[in-house]
Design a protein around this ligand. Structure first.
Ligand code: SF4
Length: 473
């Protein structure tokens, strides 16, 4: 009998990538995905600890599965940051959970899956943690045109509000040969766009054991750019997250030079007040951040920027908030992920005095969101009428005749009228004709298929794929 599994993944893209890699292992072992958790032999919750609300949600889901277990038998496994944080406490607290797999115990997965499939008869489960982070061979999801490639794990920065360094541990960089061979594999599988993942990708640092050569993040990007040129399939590479203090001039030059690197840069500022930035242990001042933005824009004039904003940190005053609003207006970010502070047990900020009352946090966050939405909408409106490259992904959910895709910035684009599924996974040159909510309407000017001969032979370095396509059509 074929065994079935179901995943529920919470939190960041790193968790999504890790779920995809575990899913791939299950498929290799002969398992099949179940259409819903209620029908699976194995339910896996990949958890997040960043906010208490994420943990509360997981606790709620476990209660649901515990009730389900009273009606039928299945295995419940918990992995991810919450599993790492609570570990031994976890099974005591949630007896319905059969396996808790911490961040450094992923060597256990094969044994666990074999044991579950054998009805618990397979005994060789190795419970010894490997003591170092193990990068899964691939996070590729079957049929996808986009994929994640984790390049590092952990963080050494200890921002005072963040639990990540405590649950994911110190920074570990993945070996260059592994990363490059994953790129080859993804290109062979039809992937067109890759996001490099890490808590702080700019800290990437790998030493070649044979030559002793040190490869830093710009060096890694350059080597990836040369590698993808050889296959000519992957045309967009993005990365996240970047810590502003580590965003070097060498990295800016590399993005400017290597056209395969998306000009969409996520640069989390978190706050606009120097006093709060210092209390957050962010290790830069607003002046440093603004100077960095200037350097990026002068070297890469078509760069678009997004950020993270954290409102309501302990001790934040109205004047501090004004500094944040002022910074948002000064930079005019294209997009932002905005959230309010939630005390996180186990972090330094948890015991900081002068917590901002919830109602004040929410009111301040509303003001930040309102301002950023206005700026984002203005910036999007200003681009209507322009031409740009879109990666076509699927038919639109709202109208099955229309095509859906996204821009280099990740903005949604819909092509009106009856369209052809042959364009799935292809880049097209599009003219933006309108904006509905946060989705561009567009018409196709030329497809990659039409420009194929030329594009197949061009290189992605120096002159850009986008410029090539724009100029050819
Ligand atoms: S850089 Fe700061 S916010 Fe980001 S993962 Fe590290 S500690 Fe957390």
């Amino acid at each position: 009998m074929t065994m079935t599994f179901f995943f529920e993944t919470y939190g960041c893209q790193m968790n999504q990538a890790e779920s995809a890699s575990v899913e791939r292992l299950l498929v290799e072992l002969g398992w099949e995905p179940a259409p819903e958790a209620e029908r699976a032999d194995l339910v896996i919750l990949n958890t997040c600890s960043v906010r208490i609300t994420a943990e509360t949600r997981v606790a709620g889901r476990i209660a649901h599965f515990a009730a389900l277990k009273r009606q039928r038998s299945f295995t419940l496994l918990v992995m991810g940051c919450m599993a790492e944080r609570l570990h031994e406490e976890f099974r005591a607290k949630f007896p319905a959970v059969d396996y808790v797999v911490g961040m450094f115990e992923r060597n256990r997965f094969s044994d666990i899956f074999r044991s579950v499939a054998a009805g618990g008869e397979y005994e060789a489960v190795d419970e010894t943690p490997v003591n170092s982070y193990w990068f899964a061979p691939s996070s590729y999801e079957a049929g996808a045109f986009q994929s994640f490639v984790p390049i590092m794990n952990g963080c050494n920065n200890f921002c005072t509000y963040c639990i990540v360094p405590y649950v994911r541990g110190r920074e570990v960089s993945r070996g260059l040969p592994e990363i490059l061979s994953e790129f080859d594999d993804l290109a062979d599988r039809g992937v067109r766009e890759v996001t490099l993942l890490g808590q702080n990708v700019n800290s990437y640092r790998w030493t070649d054991p044979e030559s002793g050569t040190i490869v830093d993040f710009p060096g890694l990007l350059e080597r990836i750019a040369r590698r993808v040129e050889q296959k000519g399939k992957i045309r967009w590479i993005r990365f996240m997250s970047s810590h502003p203090k580590d965003f070097s001039d060498a990295l800016i030059d590399t993005i400017a030079r290597e056209r395969v690197l998306c000009r969409f840069i996520h640069l989390p500022v978190q706050h606009g007040s120097n006093r709060i930035l210092s209390d957050m242990n962010r290790k830069y001042a607003r002046e440093d951040y603004l100077a960095l933005v200037d350097r990026i824009r002068s070297r890469i004039p078509d760069a678009t920027l997004s950020t993270d904003i954290l409102v309501g940190f302990p001790g934040e005053t109205e004047a501090d908030l004004q500094d944040t609003l002022d910074l948002i207006e000064t930079v005019a970010f294209d997009a932002a992920y905005m959230y309010h502070y939630n005390p996180r047990e186990g972090t330094t900020a948890f015991s900081m005095p002068n917590r901002v009352p919830d109602a004040v946090k929410k009111e301040r966050l509303d003001r930040v969101i309102k301002l950023q939405h206005k700026i984002s909408a203005e910036r999007m409106r200003s681009r209507v009428g322009s031409r740009l490259i879109v990666l076509v992904e699927s038919f639109s959910r709202n109208d099955p005749d229309e095509l859906f895709g996204h821009t280099e910035m990740g903005e949604m684009v819909v092509f009106a009228g009856k369209q052809d599924s042959a364009l799935f996974g292809h880049f097209v040159l599009a003219e933006l004709t309108g904006l509905r909510g946060r989705t561009f309407r567009a018409k196709i000017i030329k497809t990659e298929l039409e420009a194929n001969d030329a594009l197949e032979t061009d290189t992605l370095s120096g002159d850009s794929a986008r410029d090539d396509l724009l100029h050819r059509v």
